[in-house]
Write a protein that binds this ligand. Structure first.
Ligand SMILES: Nc1ncnc2c1ncn2[C@@H]1O[C@H](COP(=O)(O)OP(=O)(O)OP(=O)(O)O)[C@@H](O)[C@H]1O
Length: 226
């Protein structure tokens, strides 16, 4: 369980997150949606203690960061480290030994190749594989579907369902509503650093309609397409 209470975050004099209050439970999948720049990544970075913030992030874990797998939107890899070495490094950090990596390479990545030479989608799949093999309790996936091929997208949806089944906590940001609707128990809409709407499964379509109306309105008509 993660409890976020009155969380605020500023960069300089720019307030990016305002009084965020939300809880994330075990065995549930949460979707965070919002326009570019609404604060999703900043919220994730605060939860992972990669940013300083005001307010409280409480958890029953000794240290959340030891149970958390964070998939960045654009994972970065040092040069001259192979895919396999990267996974080994992350496993070593959790003192996990004796995992046969090759047989668990479900995305069929060229693990002996330098990770920095991977394509965007391959980098994302490598980073995801590594945090999954760490057997974390909490997963934060920042735009996991973005940049990966359709086959991998389907696989990631199945992985999220499996994580839920295993009682993990999963928090996802995505701009693809239909995929969130398929995987999430709750979806929360962030706007200018504030949660302005939340929906459970029964009200996802209502939320989607409202978001479309709010963000698109009659803008497409203004193009005057003929
Ligand atoms: N290190 C930083 N220094 C200054 N401003 C920052 C920094 N990181 C983020 N911001 C600002 O905070 C706001 C929220 O950014 P954030 O990356 O959290 O948004 P987001 O919802 O994840 O966007 P996207 O959908 O484009 O990924 C933006 O205005 C961004 O410019």
């Amino acid at each position: 369980m993660i409890h976020i209470k009155d969380l605020s975050k500023s960069f300089g004099n720019k307030l990016v997150l305002k009084d965020i209050n939300i809880s994330f439970e075990k065995g549930k999948v949460y979707g965070i949606v919002g326009e570019n720049g609404s604060g999703k990544t900043t919220l994730f970075r605060c939860i992972a203690e990669l940013e300083k913030y005001e307010g409280e992030i409480g958890t029953h874990y000794d240290q959340l960061k030891n149970h958390l797998g964070l998939l960045f939107t654009d994972p970065y890899f040092f040069t001259r480290i192979t895919g396999k070495e990267y996974i080994q490094l992350l496993l070593y950090a959790r003192k996990i030994k004796n995992i046969e990596i090759n047989s668990r390479n479900i995305f069929d990545l060229p693990l002996n190749q330098y990770a920095s030479t991977y394509s965007t989608g391959m980098k994302k799949k490598l980073a995801l594989t590594a945090i999954l093999l760490q057997e974390n309790d909490v997963y934060i996936l920042d735009e996991p579907f973005n940049g990966v091929d359709i086959h991998s997208n389907i696989m990631i949806v199945e992985i999220i369902k499996k994580l839920k089944e295993l009682g993990k906590t999963v928090i996802i940001s995505s701009h693809i509503f239909s995929t969130l609707a398929e995987t999430c128990d709750e979806i929360h809409l962030l706007e200018n650093g504030e949660f302005i709407k939340s929906a459970t499964k029964e009200s996802f379509s209502e939320l989607e309609t409202e978001m479309k109306k709010f963000s698109i309105g009659d803008l497409v008509e203004k193009l005057g397409l003929k």
